[in-house]
Design a protein around this ligand. Structure first.
Ligand code: RET
Length: 254
């Protein structure tokens, strides 16, 4: 990533988007954790994990903001690089922790049989971790060839996850109560669509974005995708948990 070609406006736009990311993640954490009491005990773990994911992200957005700040100095009104690197590892460590947890949220809110919950969590969570680990060398690579090679490798577990969400979970989704089937399907589709952004954003520097524009496209692109994949998804999980709790409460009374 070439930081020297950034304009002051581009630098500030990216700083603003990181700050926005931090605010959304921190607010979502409070909202999710305070809402735990609205769902039945069996669903609280899914809501707790949703808030944990946004909490981990809020922390990493703070680190990303600080790292971004220290990589630049404004001297006499113009932008200069300080020589301190902007640390991409924060994003990838964040993903390594949160991406498996996001899939586990979805599995937990479905309340499947114990064995199924464990095996799906291990397979999907493991594939998600592998996908992130394979992407990192490409993200920090200097050459287009290396970036592309690791994109291809990381796409293998990615395609496996998408396949599992679209085809593999169908059976389990159909066993869900009718009033939440649509919401759960929606959550699985939100994962697929929001996750599709990442490999596309990753390719921006290879498909014509250069210099400062490439940095803006990648950093703002990942930030928007993170907000949808973590905060919006977390609220959807809460909505599913609330609706299932209501339905189960009504059954017990009947
Ligand atoms: C990488 C590398 C290039 C290929 C692929 C990637 C996929 C990344 C994904 C990240 C998802 C992150 C989420 C974050 C938090 O909310 C690593 C960019 C396929 C799917 C959901």
């Amino acid at each position: 990533m070439d930081l020297t070609t950034l304009s002051l406006g581009q630098y500030e736009f990216i700083a603003g988007s990181f700050s926005f990311g931090l605010a959304v993640m921190a607010a979502a954490t409070l909202f999710l954790w305070f809402s735990r009491s609205l769902v039945a005990p069996g669903y609280r773990i899914a809501v707790t994990i949703s808030g944990l994911v946004t909490a981990i992200a809020a922390y990493h957005y703070l680190q990303i903001m600080l790292s971004w700040d220290s990589a630049f100095a404004i001297v006499g009104g113009s932008l200069e690089t300080t020589g301190q690197p902007f640390n991409q590892a924060y994003r990838y460590v964040d993903w390594l922790l949160t991406v498996p947890l996001l899939l586990i949220e979805l599995i937990l809110v479905m309340k499947l049989a114990r064995g199924e919950t464990i095996s799906k969590s291990v397979w999907l969570g493991g594939a998600a971790a592998l996908m992130i680990i394979l992407g990192y060398p490409g993200e920090v690579a200097e050459t287009a060839g290396t970036r592309f090679t690791f994109w291809v490798l990381s796409m293998i577990p990615f395609i496996y996850i998408v396949y599992q969400l679209v085809v593999g979970l169908k059976g389990s989704i159909n066993k869900q109560p009718e009033n939440v089937r649509g919401l759960i399907n929606g959550a699985a589709m939100l994962v697929v669509v929001s996750w599709l952004f990442y490999p596309i954003v990753f390719l921006f520097p290879l498909i014509g974005f250069t210099g400062g524009a490439a940095v803006v496209a990648v950093e703002v692109g990942y930030t928007v995708a993170d907000i949808v994949a973590k905060a919006v998804f977390g609220i959807l999980i809460l909505a599913i948990a609330m609706r299932k709790s209501e339905a189960e409460g009504a059954n017990q009374q009947a």
